[in-house]
Design a protein around this ligand. Structure first.
Ligand code: UT7
Length: 351
């Protein structure tokens, strides 16, 4: 099967599989501080409808729960939001840039194809450390936390700065009513440090399935289909999504993945005070909650304020939940991200 992303529509090949049952464990790490940053510019559903043909503000609320999102201003980019989120996370942790010895940014919207956003942030913050971007789309933060955790747990890094950041407003077609209103811009960051054996990723799984690569992606501007004046005119560089298929896959995969991770840790939904899932659509959160009998008040939601901020959505929600006092030392919370690739990552994180 030709799995090339081919414009204009992205069609599902229907060969993608269910979630893996493999899990891992990575204890002895902790989060010692968090921070986040969203642009000042609030864009309401009404404003979206005014610039997007056929877009109905009520449809957006009813089908997604999203009421507004933030868009960066001209000249602002992923590294700018990342720097601010990182500074807040380091201040919250009580550490300085000179103490950081690993920097990872989960993003699929870096400032440039090359160099990485991480190198720009490393330079701006004056960090002396390896720095790299990691692209696992909306599951990126879950991949980045577990990657940083391996360094910290082995002693190969003492303080890791992990950022999830995306500027989706730069890659959506403003005239595509099925995609443009869903996405927003933002960044979230955490500082990871060595912890006790009771802390860390008690059980987690990461998964990928390129069989679903056509469901969500950008077909032009990479090495397969370099940008041409024709592809630019067609809008092939924009993010396209087979929303219905992604929705069904997400509900099924996240439900299974959470169930597998819980079982592998010998825990049940009742043991988990807070579930922070990738904020893509309120109906996805509601469906997963219903299938797993998760009480509504334990499913964190801020999609109404920010829309889908891709790799930023989990650390942004985590930072808000922490500042709202919803997570206490000793709690074990559930995090789960999912998105393009297809990719997903789910973790029971013992605080
Ligand atoms: O972060 C990565 C993961 N991403 C996701 O998880 C997103 C998953 N997908 C979704 O959240 C939902 O599928 C969407 C929000 C994208 C779409 O919701 P839906 O209930 O699946 O709607 P639909 O795509 O089936 O569209 C229903 C109708 C269509 O019209 P017709 O074909 O029935 O005439 C759409 O063209 O709604 C129409 N529509 C709109 N109408 C007014 C789509 N967007 C809009 C809009 N305003 N903004």
């Amino acid at each position: 099967m030709d799995k090339t992303l081919s414009p204009p529509a992205i069609k599902m090949p229907n060969s993608y599989s269910a979630a893996t049952t493999r899990t891992c464990s990575l204890v002895g790490v902790q989060v010692i501080g968090s921070g986040s940053c969203v642009p000042d510019n609030i864009v309401t559903n009404q404003q979206m409808a005014e610039q997007c043909p056929g877009c109905d503000p009520d449809w957006i609320v009813q089908r997604t729960g999203i009421r507004e999102r933030r868009f960066v201003s001209p000249g602002q980019a992923t590294s700018d939001l990342s720097v601010m989120a990182a500074q807040r996370a380091m201040a919250n942790a009580g550490v300085f840039a000179k103490d950081i010895d690993l920097l990872i940014i989960a993003t699929f919207t870096p400032d440039f194809h090359c160099p990485s956003a991480a190198c720009l942030v490393q330079d701006r913050l004056g960090i002396d450390a390896p720095a790299f971007d990691l692209n696992a789309a909306c599951a990126g933060y879950m991949y980045a936390v577990s990657t940083a955790g391996q360094y910290v747990s082995t002693g190969n890094a003492k303080l890791a700065l992990v950022i999830g950041a995306d500027c989706n407003s730069r890659i959506v077609d403003p005239k595509d009513r099925g995609v443009a209103p869903l996405f927003g811009d933002g960044a979230g960051a955490v500082v990871m440090a060595p912890g006790t054996l009771q802390q860390g990723l008690r059980s987690y799984q990461l998964g990928s399935d390129g069989g679903g690569c056509l469901m969500l992606g950008r077909s032009a501007g990479g090495t397969k289909n370099p940008m041409t004046s024709e592809s630019l005119a067609n809008g092939d560089h924009y993010l396209r999504m087979d929303g219905k298929s992604v929705f069904k896959w997400a509900v099924r995969t996240v439900t299974q993945s959470i169930d597998v991770v819980l079982k592998s840790a010998g825990m049940t939904v009742d043991d988990i005070p807070l579930f922070i899932l990738h904020q893509a659509n309120q109906r996805i959160l509601d469906s997963v909650a219903e299938k797993l009998a998760i009480p509504k008040e334990r499913m964190y939601c801020n999609v109404q304020k920010y829309g889908n901020t891709s790799a930023a959505s989990i650390p942004l929600a985590l930072d808000e939940a922490l500042s709202e006092g919803l997570i206490n030392r000793g709690d074990t919370i559930m995090l789960s991200g999912f998105g393009a690739g297809l990719t997903w990552g789910t973790s029971l994180f013992a605080w």
